[in-house]
Design a protein around this ligand. Structure first.
Ligand SMILES: NC(=O)c1ccc[n+]([C@@H]2O[C@H](COP(=O)([O-])OP(=O)(O)OC[C@H]3O[C@@H](n4cnc5c(N)ncnc54)[C@H](O)[C@@H]3O)[C@@H](O)[C@H]2O)c1
Length: 323
């Protein structure tokens, strides 16, 4: 059976709903995109058409189908039943609010059967908390993408304790098929992995500003001209491994020092008040005032596109495929 006879329902057509739609159509799946706001699905289609065009121009369109062939696989609806009917996979992308998510999933639960996969894009809500009480909670899983998914393919896959094994396996297979790189969590944990790491970084960056150690601009320089340069293609463990003669040697050299610094880091703090205002002022100078953020996002996305292209070329040259 070709993918074009298989249907995926996407609920919510904002930033992430659009991205997932683009990923699924790249592998030839039919997608029915649903939103409570009709103008959202309309603007999603326009946006997807433009994004597909830009990807095609850069040679970054995924799969073998043309822009038009991919686009023709999308239909939109304002009817939830139409969205999920006959879908083998449902990807929910509604706002990060437990009440909204549970209300959507309880409606979907009444419209599906035990063969479907029910997947949420939530960034931090636990799958067991969203799916508790659903008749088909055994079919529920989280597939949390990194934004923007087309250029940052790592996707956290988080099953609840009651998720069927085949749901996990099929979700991983689908994500790989559309070009994502799934990372499976062995158990659910607040913030999953990506945001635990991201917020640890943000927390220490905040303390360094509050304590007057360094300016907000210089914190960003340390990341963009230092740590981040390596992190664009290798993780902290490989970085450490290469910074000594292997991990055990790294431990001998640095474990005491690292422990000492970690013990000095200080407790978590809410980001607010004068420190947050100072960071905002610095970012207004660095990235432009708030009203210019959409233009700056386009600047970011051009760079991400160039980086994705470079990584693809280098992977090809290394014979590493999509690593
Ligand atoms: N934006 C990110 O960087 C990012 C990254 C990873 C995961 N996520 C997660 O993805 C999910 C969606 O985030 P987003 O950034 O796309 O949000 P968004 O605000 O861009 O889009 C949400 C969409 O859901 C629609 N919606 C609201 N209530 C609805 C309902 N009851 N039924 C159907 N549609 C409804 C809205 O009209 C809107 O179009 C959230 O859980 C978020 O945490 C976001």
């Amino acid at each position: 059976m070709s993918n074009s006879s298989k249907k995926i329902g996407v609920i919510g057509s904002g930033l992430i709903g659009r991205s997932y739609t683009m990923l699924f159509i790249s592998a030839g799946y039919r997608v029915t995109l649903y939103d409570i706001l009709p103008e959202q699905t309309q603007s999603a289609k326009k946006d997807i058409w433009e994004q597909l065009g830009a990807l095609e121009r850069e040679g970054l369109l995924r799969g073998t189908l043309t822009r038009q062939q991919q686009f023709d696989l999308i239909s939109t609806t304002q009817n939830l039943e139409e969205c999920v009917k006959d879908a083998f996979f449902v990807q929910e992308c509604v706002p990060e609010n437990l009440e909204i998510k549970r209300s959507v999933w309880f409606k979907v639960d009444k419209l599906v059967d035990n063969n479907v996969i029910l997947s949420s894009s939530t960034s931090a809500l636990l799958p067991s908390v969203i799916s508790e009480g659903l008749e088909y909670k055994n079919r529920f899983i989280v597939s949390h993408p990194t934004n923007p998914p087309f250029y940052a393919p790592a996707t956290e896959v988080v099953p609840a304790s009651w998720t069927d094994a085949d749901v996990k396996e099929k979700t991983i297979a689908l994500l790989k098929e559309v070009g994502q790189v799934p990372v499976v969590l062995n158990k659910e944990i607040k913030g999953f992995v990506l945001n635990r790491i991201q917020y640890s970084i943000l927390g220490e960056c905040y303390r360094l500003i509050r304590d007057g150690v360094v300016s907000p601009e210089d914190v960003d320089t340390i990341m963009s001209q230092g740590l981040g340069v390596r992190y664009a293609f290798m993780g902290p463990w490989e970085t450490a491994y290469l910074n000594a003669n292997g991990m055990l040697h790294y431990g001998e050299l640095y474990s005491d020092m690292i422990l000492g610094i970690q013990q000095d880091l200080g407790p978590p703090e809410r980001m607010e008040g004068p420190t947050l205002e100072a960071v905002n002022e610095a970012m207004r100078k660095l990235a432009g005032p708030e009203e210019t953020i959409p233009a700056r996002r386009q600047w970011r996305d051009r760079r991400l596109t160039a980086l994705a292209k470079l990584k693809k070329e280098m992977d090809k040259a290394d014979g590493e495929g999509s690593k």
